[in-house]
Design a protein around this ligand. Structure first.
Ligand SMILES: [Zn+2]
Length: 99
């Protein structure tokens, strides 16, 4: 297996989002995203962030709003990173009620 390309994909996500990549690079990123949930999630997060900020900018200066979005994203990322640990600890703490 060759390098999964996560680092590269993440570096180029912004450009990908803005259609600034060449056709070949865009295809590579798309292929990587198809097979990599981690990067796909990141793309979705960036995409909603960009959309939210665009919407926010058109209205009025959304420092608070921006902060809100950023903290939501941070939260999402933290939760994402902790997914496995959380699942493992949930599995060990939850006791089935039907015994
Ligand atoms: Zn990846």
């Amino acid at each position: 297996m060759t390098d999964c390309g996560c680092e590269r994909a993440k570096l180029e996500l912004d450009e990908y989002l803005h259609d600034e990549l060449g056709a070949d690079e865009a295809r590579m990123i798309r292929e990587h995203l198809d097979g990599c949930r981690d990067c796909e999630t990141e793309l979705e997060v960036s995409r909603s962030l960009v959309a939210a900020l665009k919407r926010g900018c058109r209205e009025k200066a959304p420092d608070a709003f921006r902060e809100q979005v950023l903290s939501a994203v941070r939260d999402m990322c933290a939760r994402h990173a902790d997914d496995e640990a959380a699942a493992a600890s949930a599995a060990s703490t939850v006791t089935p009620e039907i015994a």
